[in-house]
Design a binder for this molecule. Structure first.
Ligand code: SF4
Length: 286
């Protein structure tokens, strides 16, 4: 849940989710619709689908207990290097330090890493050994995360409250600027088609695009950059900057995997935020 989202935003979602699915068995038996409904607003829906797949494997193959080794954890859907290390450290007290943005910043500041070569991911992983280990791996991993989030903040770090101030090269140099690799969003262009029948609007189950897979979206197609591209909507989605033209159009033939939903009742449906935002802006076009 915390991927790309702040803790304070996630707390109410987490509480609701845990209330509705209090254990691994209830999670594994929940319908996909119910799960998506409980995830609505968090985005990145593949995560909740992976949670369901993983919970089923854990119930069947591991007698409802998470495996406690990195190889088995990494085989589970949705669990990669970072998550497996976080689970091993936090849940099993094993000597791992999951490299999140906060811990990465501490390493960069402690060692004043600046050049392209120094901030390369492989080098940061290598330099992680500088943080050492602790018998209390669970507390240590969480303490490092908190140190990054609350003390060694991206802007204006609170060095006077920092327990590692004596070892910090950035503090000695009074140089706190962090160099980050630019993850540039790719500009993409789409035409979104609005089919209307009386008061209803057509949505399809997305099987065409890799984003929002199997979720309900408006029929749309990707286009190359149009010459006069001014009246458009803009959405950010993972690594994309989506530029969208709305076209109200007539249905000419039957469209596969489609449903008609009432224009003013879209909130009653399980829809990704992307689709809801387009609904919200439709008044301008209809
Ligand atoms: S001394 Fe300052 S810059 Fe260095 S790790 Fe601590 S908070 Fe970050």
């Amino acid at each position: 849940m915390l991927q790309q989202t702040q803790v304070k935003t996630v707390i109410p979602y987490f509480k609701k989710f845990i209330r509705n699915f209090p254990n691994i068995k209830s999670l594994s038996e929940a319908s996909e619709n119910k799960l998506i409904k409980n995830w609505e607003g968090l985005g990145y829906y593949s995560r909740v689908k992976n949670l369901k797949k993983t919970s089923k494997i854990i119930v069947k193959k591991y007698s409802k207990r998470l495996p406690n080794n990195i190889d088995d954890l990494k085989k589970l859907p949705g669990i990669g290097e970072y998550t497996s290390q976080a689970i091993l450290a936090i849940a099993f007290n094993k000597p791992f330090i999951p490299l999140d943005g906060n811990i990465e910043r501490i390493i960069k500041r402690l060692l004043n890493l600046k050049s392209k070569k120094e901030i390369n991911k492989d080098n940061i992983i290598l330099k992680k050994s500088f943080l050492g280990t602790s018998e209390r791996s669970s507390d240590y991993a969480q303490a490092l995360m908190e140190l990054g989030a609350l003390v060694c903040k991206p802007k204006n770090p609170l060095c006077e409250s920092c327990p590692v101030i004596k070892d910090c090269i950035s503090y000695r140099k009074k140089d706190f600027n962090i160099v980050v690799k630019n993850k540039k969003k790719i500009n993409k262009f789409f035409i979104v088609k609005i089919f209307i029948k009386k008061n209803k609007i057509l949505l399809i189950k997305n099987q065409k695009f890799s984003f929002l897979k199997n979720l309900k979206i408006f029929p749309m197609e990707e286009i190359s950059k149009p010459k006069n591209f001014n009246n458009f909507l803009n959405f950010k989605m993972s690594n994309m900057n989506m530029n969208i033209i709305i076209k109200v159009t007539k249905v000419q033939k039957k469209i596969k995997n489609s449903i008609w939903i009432e224009k003013n009742k879209y909130n009653n449906y399980i829809l990704p935020t992307f689709t809801k935002k387009i609904f919200y802006s439709l008044n301008k076009y209809l």
